[in-house]
Write a protein that binds this ligand. Structure first.
Ligand SMILES: [Zn+2]
Length: 178
């Protein structure tokens, strides 16, 4: 457990930057959406549709080296660009189609939510004895595997082989507070 407390805060904070961006984008889109549009069924449909699109755009499963092969996203950049361009065009064609445009907020919203789920449940920053540093570990059933080298995490194994050479994890702010 000590090892986790010593983790470099930047590595931990990095992915949360995407969360903040996603949250800001979603909030902004919500704020600029007229109330009359939010009440339309077409808006709800677009919200759900774009949320599904966000899920399909993310990889189905991440690769664990030497253990399992990842499965890529079902929707690529090409399809995504096509959808966005189509939606943007629809908004210009008729005001009646504007709920579809505003409903696309479902995309950053779902993306942000999925990222949080991934960060809190599927990944963990742990010391890897093979990589000699903190790496993101991926959950596979009950075990955690290094996303870089694929080795299984064991709390009983000494976390750092380079500890003897004087390597020290950088002190974190959270550590000072404890
Ligand atoms: Zn590793």
């Amino acid at each position: 457990m000590i090892a986790r407390e010593l983790s470099p805060w930047l590595k931990r904070a990095g992915p949360w930057m995407f969360f903040v961006v996603g949250l800001l984008v979603s909030s902004y889109l919500f704020v600029i959406t007229p109330v009359s549009i939010v009440q339309m069924p077409l808006y709800a449909l677009s919200l759900i549709g774009s949320a599904v699109l966000a899920r399909l755009f993310l990889p189905i499963r991440q690769t664990i080296p030497k253990r399992r092969r990842g499965r890529g996203p079902l929707v690529g950049w090409g399809v995504l660009a096509l959808v966005w361009i189509t939606v943007a065009t629809l908004g210009r064609v008729s005001d009646a189609l504007l709920p579809i445009v505003y409903g696309m907020v479902g995309f950053p919203l779902a993306w942000t939510a999925l990222l949080v789920w991934e960060l809190l449940w599927k990944t963990k920053l742990l010391p890897c004895s093979k990589c000699d540093t903190f790496k993101y570990f991926l959950r596979d059933k009950r075990n955690w595997f290094c996303s870089n080298c694929g080795s299984k995490y064991s709390p009983h194994r000494p976390p750092y082989t380079s500890a003897a050479e004087g390597w020290q994890p950088p002190k974190t702010k959270s550590e000072d507070r404890r």
